[in-house]
Design a protein around this ligand. Structure first.
Ligand code: ZN
Ligand code: ZN
Length: 349
């Protein structure tokens, strides 16, 4: 099956317009920005401008390259007229209201159909999994590199800079998202991006970060204790670790995304901690850092072998602190395979 057939058989449309750059990349291999794709049965073209025409020709020899000279809607209209498109698939989530209105005005006879092209990327090939695994390895090594620097007296931002520097040194294209370094009272914020707060003895410190390799992301969280852990910190840590490992052990293809999430909430409830677990258990990862399906109370979609998902329970107690443990994993026929490998036992630094 060629690209066009594969895309068009998913949706009952005559052509699909791809606007989201990760979807353009996934279908065509084009790695630049600001470039759209139109996929029809007998034709697939990239709609771009002079900044990218040469790159598009080099990266996508099988694709027709059209320079729209800044007039995307006009080029889309011309192509749709030429191909006799009556039903056009559109990524409604990714285009602006202004673009939608313009398209409606310029092509009044074409029916615009909301097309969820993201779903075509849910099941990863072995090549994609290898890229994600490589990004995970970069993250593992970078965190290992900065362990000696984590001590009382440094700031979260200093640690963030060292961690990001280490990821780039190990081959990351960029950071996967804004790196989270949250210590002490700030560790009670699930998404506490690094600040100038000085790290102190006896604090939890959480690192949530990712690398990017060939466009594919990794996502990992580890929490340490600076100095000696208190009995309460130990108890919290082991409750989260136990729940994280239990979720990893139970996940199988065919399971709905809400099942492992429910297990984790049940386990944390036994320790009186479930009300402090305030986000979803996980999300898929690939060309985007957050993809579907998720592991969450609302997720009824089923997991399939080849999906790459994070497993990331956490507890956050305002005024006290919090922690999260997150792995990036791939769903295999016989269970989960961990792609992030950094050890998870409690480390006191
Ligand atoms: Zn994360
Ligand atoms: Zn995550």
């Amino acid at each position: 099956m060629n690209i066009s057939e594969h895309v068009l058989t998913q949706f009952t449309v005559d052509a699909v317009w791809l606007h989201k750059s990760v979807n353009v990349r996934y279908q065509s291999g084009f790695t630049g920005d600001d470039t759209d794709a139109l996929i029809a049965a007998e034709r697939h073209c990239l709609l771009t401008d002079a900044r990218y025409t040469q790159q598009a020709r080099e990266e996508c020899p099988q694709w027709e390259i059209i320079d729209h000279q800044g007039r995307l809607t006009g080029a889309l209209k011309a192509q749709c007229e030429h191909l006799g498109v009556r039903r056009l698939g559109v990524e409604m989530q990714a285009i602006s209201a202004a673009q939608y209105r313009q398209l409606q005005q310029e092509m009044p006879t074409v029916e615009l159909i909301d097309t969820d092209t993201d779903q075509l990327r849910q099941i990863k090939s072995e090549d994609e999994i290898a890229s994600i695994q490589h990004a995970c390895r970069i993250g593992d090594r970078a965190l290992q590199d900065i362990l000696p620097l984590i001590r009382a007296g440094v700031t979260e931002n200093e640690l963030r800079r060292e961690l990001e520097r280490a990821m780039l040194a190990h081959g990351s294209e960029r950071t996967a998202f804004t790196t989270i370094v949250a210590s002490g009272y700030r560790s009670a914020m699930p998404h506490g991006i690094a600040s100038d707060k000085v790290v102190a003895d006896g604090e939890f410190i959480t690192f949530d970060f990712g690398a990017v390799y060939r466009g594919y992301h990794s996502d990992m969280t580890r929490t340490f204790v600076v100095g000696h852990a208190s009995p309460e910190q130990r108890r919290m840590y082991h409750a989260v670790l136990h729940a994280q490992e239990a979720a990893c052990a139970m996940i199988r293809p065919g399971m709905a995304g809400n099942e492992p999430d429910a297990l984790v909430r049940r386990l944390l409830a036994k320790d009186g901690l479930s009300s402090y677990f305030t986000h979803a258990l996980g999300h898929s990862v690939g060309l985007e850092i957050h993809e579907g399906p998720n592991l969450s109370p609302r997720e009824s979609r089923k997991l399939v072998a080849g999906m790459v998902v994070t497993v990331e329970p956490g507890v956050y107690i305002p005024g006290f602190g919090g922690l999260r443990i997150e792995d990036t994993t791939v769903v295999r026929e016989d269970g989960l395979q961990l792609l992030t490998q950094f050890p998870k036992e409690l480390v006191e630094l």
